[in-house]
Write a protein that binds this ligand. Structure first.
Ligand SMILES: *[C@@H]1O[C@H](CO)[C@@H](O)[C@H](O)[C@H]1NC(C)=O
Ligand SMILES: *[C@@H]1O[C@H](CO)[C@@H](O)[C@H](O)[C@H]1NC(C)=O
Ligand SMILES: *[C@@H]1O[C@H](CO)[C@@H](O)[C@H](O)[C@H]1NC(C)=O
Length: 278
């Protein structure tokens, strides 16, 4: 058989095989994924052949009533369902992401080939939350939280738990960091959730914070913007960012003519100002 005949035969099989489709599937490293054979449920399967590469390297076969998995790269990680023809790949690796082909043959000798493109992504990690700033100024507990994700393109968002009345401002500080600033009465426990989303999946982390009057009495109030002592310096970038955010929020709120009350952590010394927005 010369090369042209070979190509012609491949073309007849590939180009004129009507019952063929391509499905996209996403899996995550370390997890399992099921590649659906796409078989017509009315079929009783005589033979199922799962293969990879264009040179048709078989990785799992169901034939003569027996399942055989024969690839060293998937050793112990494949399971083929005899009735559905579905192939499960366990403990996904990054290089499992490729095009899979399944050839199906029914007991009545009907045939079908389907293609599945598997994309393997890194698992979404939980974001980290740290307390950035915590102080008690005249019966007002001011806390700043920082949420960061290990990936740059994740979207970070904050949600309060049963604290819909709590005033807070939050915003993106850099491509993978979001900060939240809030104030409330001392000894009240406040819970916030930070959620990282990559468009397909989400992962969340939660934190509960409170200012305790006794412990904070000993902490001197930092005179941040003017004096800038060592621990304060670390937070100034955040404070500046929050002031910008706060100004932004106030501007928007005033513009809308809302009547919420927001007290601003504008002066980090002894004074505290309360803005009533209208
Ligand atoms: C099929 O191709 C893959 C990679 O392209 C190669 O590793 C494998 O040895 C080939 N198998 C055969 C039977 O030629
Ligand atoms: C095989 O697939 C069928 C049909 O989808 C399902 O009902 C059955 O539970 C599967 N068997 C296993 C072992 O997963
Ligand atoms: C932000 O993402 C980069 C990589 O994209 C990473 O190196 C860095 O550690 C991340 N920052 C934080 C705070 O997780």
């Amino acid at each position: 058989m010369n090369q042209d005949t070979g190509i012609l035969i491949i073309c007849i099989v590939a180009c004129f095989h009507q019952a063929s489709s391509e499905t996209r599937v996403t899996g995550y490293i370390g997890q399992s994924v099921i590649l659906k054979s796409g078989v017509d449920p009315s079929w009783k399967l005589e033979r199922v052949q799962w293969s990879i590469y264009t040179n048709t390297t078989y990785i799992a076969i169901f034939e003569n009533g027996k399942v055989e998995t024969r690839s060293s790269r998937y050793k112990g990680r494949l399971s083929l369902n005899e009735s559905s023809g579905d192939l499960e790949i366990k403990e996904l690796k990054a290089d499992d992401g490729m095009r899979y082909t399944v050839s199906l043959l029914s007991t009545t000798y009907k045939q079908q080939d389907n293609h599945i493109s598997l994309t393997v992504l890194e698992q979404l990690r939980k974001p980290d939350i740290v307390v950035l700033y915590e102080t008690l100024v005249k019966e007002d507990c001011i806390i700043a939280l920082k949420c960061s994700s290990s990936k740059n393109n994740n979207i970070l968002s904050w949600t309060p738990a049963n604290e819909s009345s709590l005033p807070f401002v939050s915003g993106k500080i850099s491509s993978n960091v979001s900060e939240l600033w809030m104030h409330f009465t001392p000894n009240r426990k406040v819970t916030f959730t930070c959620t990282a989303t990559d468009g397909q999946r989400s992962a969340s982390e939660q934190i509960t914070v409170q200012c305790q009057e006794e412990t904070l009495k000993t902490t001197p109030q930092p005179g941040c913007p003017t004096v800038m002592p060592a621990p304060c310096e670390r937070y100034c970038h955040g404070i500046v960012a929050s002031l910008v955010l706060l100004a932004f929020v106030i501007a928007i709120a005033s513009f809308k003519g809302e009547t919420d009350t927001l007290s601003t952590p504008l002066l980090w010394g002894a004074r505290r100002r309360t803005h009533v927005l209208r």
